[in-house]
Design a protein around this ligand. Structure first.
Ligand SMILES: C[S@@+](CC[C@H](N)C(=O)[O-])C[C@H]1O[C@@H](n2cnc3c(N)ncnc32)[C@H](O)[C@@H]1O
Length: 331
């Protein structure tokens, strides 16, 4: 299958009638190189951004409905309970920009409450995002909603006619936890630049908590997270032409207390030889591929990170159990 390919046609009208779909190369030679380098590293790794082909996006949506996955439910409840205060802090009539927008479900509620004028969803899972933005446009016809297919780790570029004023970068879902502290800082600094003077950031973070609660959220009884983790191998097979057999890899998730992060790995069930055009690797039984980190930041530590990235006047809302926080900060 060809790469999720996607030419450079910023602002072109899509067949679905989206006003602007910026298409960028999501899976060209650079992605291939990144994946191969990761697979050949002493501790093999695959970036979590490769979880998200269409199937990966659908599996993530299924995860958000699992009883063990408290994150989405808690964040939604917080945004509902404190909706008025959040809108007061953020201000009305905003241009909402959501990196990693996924289903755009949270954006729909937020844009309605803020009477947002524009919405730009950016996501690596291009087809899934297009469907989501179409549904958003149907639900909120007055909103100028756009889809931008892109990798936010490679930069954050918006269509040229998105107003530079009154911007709110919306980054829910605790997605910032997928980045090591240095990369999280760099991404927050890019978000601050994107928000511009007078803009802001509304972000959700998952807080440290009991190990059993954390580990269950990333290793549910129904095996949906295991399927999500293994799906990365099917996606990688399509991207680099490798011959991973996902069934021969076991999902592992555990809380690394010292690093304050949940780690997900895929562990070889027996010795395996994996090949791709021009390369390959032998894996011993029990050897792991590291596929995701989810850092759990404390509120003070995260506020300090926001300040370092150039944000100020931070306000936060947490649930009664102290499991999750939504923060607003000014650029
Ligand atoms: C954990 S989900 C969160 C989705 C949604 N924002 C929410 O809160 O429910 C992460 C989303 O970010 C997208 N994503 C992951 N890595 C990305 C990257 N490097 N560039 C753009 N989008 C990315 C995924 O496709 C997915 O839709």
């Amino acid at each position: 299958m060809p790469p999720a390919d996607v030419t450079s046609a910023a602002h072109a009208a899509s067949p679905h009638g989206l006003r602007a779909v910026q298409r960028v190369a999501l899976a060209g030679p650079a992605a291939r190189q990144e994946i191969e380098d990761g697979l050949l590293a002493p501790q093999a790794r695959i970036s979590p951004k490769y979880f998200y082909d269409r199937r990966g996006s659908e599996l993530f949506e299924a995860i958000t409905r699992l009883p063990e996955y408290y994150l989405t439910r808690t964040e939604r409840a917080l945004m509902r309970a404190h909706g008025r205060a959040i809108a007061g802090a953020v201000g009305l009539g905003r241009v909402v920009i959501e990196p990693g927008a996924g289903s755009c479900d949270k954006a729909r509620t937020l844009c309605r409450r803020l009477a947002a004028t524009h919405f730009v969803g950016v996501d690596i899972s291009a087809d899934f995002l297009q469907g989501a933005v179409l549904r958003l446009r149907a639900a909120l016809p007055a909103l100028d909603a756009r889809a931008v297919a892109g990798d936010i780790t490679a930069g954050l570029q918006l269509p040229a006619d998105i107003p530079p004023e009154r911007r709110l970068v919306f980054y829910p879902g605790s997605s910032i936890g997928n980045f090591d502290p240095a990369d999280a800082l760099a991404l927050l600094a890019r978000m601050r630049a994107l928000a511009g003077p007078g803009g802001g950031l509304l972000i959700g973070i998952d807080l440290p908590k009991d190990r059993a609660v954390l580990e269950a959220a990333y290793d549910d009884a129904a095996g949906v997270t295991a399927a999500f983790n293994r799906n990365v191998l099917a996606h990688v097979n399509r991207l680099i032409g490798s011959d991973f057999d996902p069934c021969r890899w076991q999902h592992r998730a555990f809380f690394n207390w010292a690093a304050s992060r949940v780690e997900m790995h895929l562990e070889a069930r027996g010795p395996q030889r994996v090949r791709w055009p021009g390369g390959g690797r032998d894996f011993a039984s029990g050897e792991c591929i590291h596929t995701e980190n989810s850092y759990k930041h404390s509120l003070p530590a995260f506020e300090a990170l926001l300040a370092k990235a150039g944000f100020c006047r931070c306000q936060s809302w947490t649930d009664a159990r102290g499991w999750y926080a939504v923060l607003h900060a000014r650029a």
